[in-house]
Design a protein around this ligand. Sequence first.
Ligand SMILES: Nc1nc2c(ncn2[C@@H]2O[C@H](COP(=O)(O)OP(=O)(O)O)[C@@H](OP(=O)(O)OP(=O)(O)O)[C@H]2O)c(=O)[nH]1
Length: 198
Amino acid sequence: MDKTSKADGQQETAQSVALLVRAMDYSAEKHKDQRRKNSNKHPYINHPVRVARRLIDAEINDVSIIAAALLHDTVEDTDATKEEIKNLFGAEIASIVDEVSDDKTLPKEVRKQLQIQHAPSISPQAKAIKLADKLDNLTELLEKTPIGWEPERVEQYFDWAKAVVDGLRGVNPALEQQLDEVFAKKADAARKACSSVA
Ligand SMILES: Nc1nc2c(ncn2[C@@H]2O[C@H](COP(=O)(O)OP(=O)(O)O)[C@@H](OP(=O)(O)OP(=O)(O)O)[C@H]2O)c(=O)[nH]1
């Protein structure tokens, strides 16, 4: 590698690191007063960071995807706006974040139905983030039930998430395999619960 291309590579790496740290900082600030819903009440920021880590583990290293994963709940769940994300992080990242954001002004049933409907037609980048997001929520749900959720709500969430995931398939076999393992564990737990009642 000649000196110029080495220097270009180092500059590109520095820019990528800076972008990711800025995205992490922005997301942490926006989510700073939020907690996860289960009894651990872990800081909400743990979730977007884990979603980003799940993508990395699945060998998805694209900087825009990882930055959008860190930001994926800011527009949906905080006062962040699509315009602010665009100004701070650029049009590509803003567009991915927009694709993975529910419109919270819509009734919940409509939002849930739209996720199933839109899943097959969103971009591959957005599909990867949604797969990692669902993997993280379902893994957490297998381990701990959010406060106030009856078993029926957990079942409904799994059924709905499976329908969304089925529409997202085809972008990353590793994430899909992990999701299939989670669905299999859930089915196994349901079978065991049935047989202990019978
Ligand atoms: N499993 C789990 N989920 C938790 C926890 N704390 C917060 N959540 C969030 O709860 C949402 C799912 O709850 P719902 O009642 O179905 O949805 P809602 O918040 O959008 O109304 C997910 O949001 P989301 O990111 O919008 O995901 P999704 O609804 O698009 O899947 C998930 O991230 C927790 O402790 N465990």
